[in-house]
Write a protein that binds this ligand. Sequence first.
Ligand code: GDP
Ligand code: MG
Length: 437
Amino acid sequence: NLQDKLDRAFKVLKGQGNITEINVAETMKEIRKALLDADVNYKTAKTFTDEVKQKALGQNVLTSISPGQLLTKIMNDELTDLMGGTVNDLDISQNPTVILIAGLNGAGKTTFSGKLANYLRDKKGKKPLLVAGDVYRPAAVDQLQVLGEQVSVPVYVNRESNDPIAIAKEGVAEAKRNGNNIVIIDTAGRLAIDEALMTEITAVKEATQPHEILFVVDAMTGQDAVNTAKTFNDRLDFTGVVLTKLDGDTRGGAALSIKSVVNKPIKFIGTGEKMEALDVFHPDRMASRILGMGDVVSLVERAQQQFDEKEAAELQKKIRKNKFDFNDFKSQIQQIKKMGNMKDLMGMIPGVGKAIKDVEIEDDAFKPIEAIIDSMTPFERENPDAIDTKRRTRIAKGSGTDVNEVNKLMKQFADMRKVMKQMSNPAMAAKMMRNMP
Ligand code: GDP
Ligand code: MG
């Protein structure tokens, strides 16, 4: 499946600290293949992978997340954007709001009409009227009547007429008479797109001036779904897409392609035959579905927020042995300058956060601190306790600071070390925590 393929693609990146031109190009090729297999069309897959590559290149990778994970996150964000970014609601503000349902035979129009009526009545407090506009198959009218009964929504039917345009108009008039604030017009489809169908549905549109035209398409038809969507959109200029039969493990690739080809929002997805099996379309959820990775994304997000855990563990080991020295201190400062403020960073080291709450650490004090550390010899950096008055004077001179500043740093460093040492002892840490406000 897609997940396996992505895993394989990511293997190329595993163990590499940076995402580079070479390893990302290789990976993107694999991902493009995987997307094509998931019914995403070629042009969309290509644009997508180019975009992701651009974003991924040169990104630094924290050691606690693999380049593959970071890439997954970038891909997820990109997919979400491609599918519209956010939820796109129906416009149901008119009274009555007319909603025209269009699509091929068997796409799920009639079923969706029932589901939508149910949803608007149940979740939005509306009073919908269903209109049976499929005049070619008597069974289609019966089907809608059964669904209407199931969801307690009235259905306008005219079995005497075989004129879908007239029936649609009658339906809207009926709604106005009865105080229905939503009119859902179910229409006939064809097995494939033909001119008669297009002319007819366009005429229904003109006659009823719908506020929403929803194009219903079977997600299982993959690439065909995209072509059908394009043809319908060229003629109807619909306002939104409904993807049906996305229950189980149906691939969601069609969602991505349709959005990028017709540039209309997907508004709902059908996830089963029952009247309740309707979901508002969430681009982020569909992105995760396409990538098949649900949890990976939140994992990566969490990892990105956290201080590099591997380094933190090493640091803790040093602290426990009282070996935290000026080299560590300096590398911490470098991290901090990249990531934010000192206290925040120190706070992410397990057990240290609360302890340094009252320790004075100023951000703008970095420059002299770095200068001072740079002026120390390797021996001094590793053995802070050996830095006596004579050495301090020399360090001050070398760093262009004065002895007071060096002393201040030595004191801060000693305080920090003491706190860290105490915090690394669980019993001591517990005792200190109890004394914290
Ligand atoms: P129409 O010809 O476009 O009106 O399509 P129908 O509404 O009659 O649906 C055709 C078939 O697809 C029916 O058997 C429905 O029960 C089924 N169907 C519709 N929507 C879904 C869905 O979201 N999931 C599943 N599994 N079946 C669906
Ligand atoms: Mg039907």
